[in-house]
Design a protein around this ligand. Sequence first.
Ligand SMILES: Cc1cc2nc3c(=O)[nH]c(=O)nc-3n(C[C@H](O)[C@H](O)[C@H](O)COP(=O)(O)OP(=O)(O)OC[C@H]3O[C@@H](n4cnc5c(N)ncnc54)[C@H](O)[C@@H]3O)c2cc1C
Ligand code: FES
Ligand code: FES
Length: 490
Amino acid sequence: MQFLLNQTPITLTEFAPDMTLLEYLRTERVQTGTKEGCASGDCGACTVVIAEPLNGMLHYRSINACITYLGAVENCQVITVEGLSPNRSELHPVQQAMVEQHGSQCGFCTPGFVMSLFALMHQPKQHESTGASIAERINTALGGNLCRCTGYRPIIDAAQQILTHQTDDQFDLNASNTLKQLHAFISDLQPKVPALSDQKFFASPTSINLLLQLLAEHPDARLVAGATDLALETTQQLHFLPKLIYTGNVQELRQIEISEQQITLGAAVTYSEAEAVLIDHFPAINGLLHRLGSLQVRNQGTIGGNIANASPIGDMPPVLLALNATLTLRSVEGVRELPIDQFFVDYRQTALAPGECIESITLPKLSTDSFLRIYKLSKRLDDDISAVCFAIHLNVHNGLIQSARLGLGGMAATPARAHHAEKSLIGKPITPEGIYEAQQALALDFTPLSDVRASANYRLLSAKNLLMRAVLEYTQPRSLEVMHYAHFDG
Ligand SMILES: Cc1cc2nc3c(=O)[nH]c(=O)nc-3n(C[C@H](O)[C@H](O)[C@H](O)COP(=O)(O)OP(=O)(O)OC[C@H]3O[C@@H](n4cnc5c(N)ncnc54)[C@H](O)[C@@H]3O)c2cc1C
Ligand code: FES
Ligand code: FES
């Protein structure tokens, strides 16, 4: 595989399939500027930036090197804190701003913050189009970086300095040369099944047929997309994963298609790539997406991985259940479509057959009488796992509920619909009184567990209250808007 490490072209003929990028940087290259804090994607100390060609330009994204497999950076430029200084005697503008604003004390978190700020500095156009304020952009960029001693204000001041006094850096000036080098790597890639050892490999197929062929030949191989779940088996459970098949270069899995009726997302599309389309068609998803992991996690993680992982507390499954999504599953045997509510079979068990992968996820568009609300309850606003995630999709006509799909996470061994509550809602007025029976019916649908995140009682009571909240948001949208802002301002 080939990639650029800062400005240095690297060619590797052999590497351990489950070696992480962080391990490679620190142990093989002895570039220890990139730190290891948690090794689980939570602290951001290991943040590096990946640059890739997109529409003739370089696209920069921050990722956590600790949960990225080395093989996934093929044909990319990996930018680390060691590569920022334009020469040995000068700091990069981002580093200079951190110094000037006193953004560092012990310094352990600093390289990670600097890299997140570097990615922020290189993303103005993308974010301008979302209408996000400077403060929102900074919060989003830094939501995945923890600092235990400086306090965030000086770091935010450094971010503001960078965004307000933005100039081209040496990466901008060298962009056309970098693009040329990366394109040369890509054109070396041949669409063939790579010659793989039978015992261990990191395979990076470029088409779905190659991927399926590999899966059929190696039924014991693991698929890997963003690795934000899978890499924890390497770094936390210390499992050796000898055969990995990476989906990130499979063109068919990277597509987003929008037709009159529906939206189809390839299984290897990341949250960040899907964000604009999802928010455009399902505005209620906005609040959830910005609270799903951190920017680094959303830049890597995929919706396909979230579904296949089948965690009972995954955030997208409740939404996809409420939206009546369909999965396209493919193997060398052929293709089949499966409604998502038939996919989760038992605790972390799915309907995927051996040799089968998720190819895409299809979401029907909302109709004019659709009302969608999505709530995530977690202990912390940013970068936290849900205690309860509740997606409520109602069709309302003349004040009466015509149809209801309720998707919940954190309430059972799998993400699940609330069939009893859905039934009780049909034909009822969308009022607090009208949904009373449905609230009670949630207790027939779920017997949640108590764990570190929440007690069983809390989960059930919150689910009932969230249903009420949705109804109040429908009937009194203005008053709740005021409450919402009052809460955050307070
Ligand atoms: C710090 C941190 C915060 C997180 N926060 C959240 C959160 O707030 N909400 C949330 O829901 N999740 C969260 N996660 C979990 C994770 O980010 C998501 O589940 C993510 O969507 C997984 O996608 P991935 O591409 O990284 O999957 P991977 O880790 O690559 O794969 C996950 C599983 O899916 C399988 N798989 C991947 N692609 C396919 C495919 N096409 N077909 C079949 N199987 C496939 C893999 O074999 C593996 O078993 C967090 C993770 C971290 C590290
Ligand atoms: S070391 Fe903490 S996110 Fe990577
Ligand atoms: S400066 Fe010490 S952890 Fe941030």
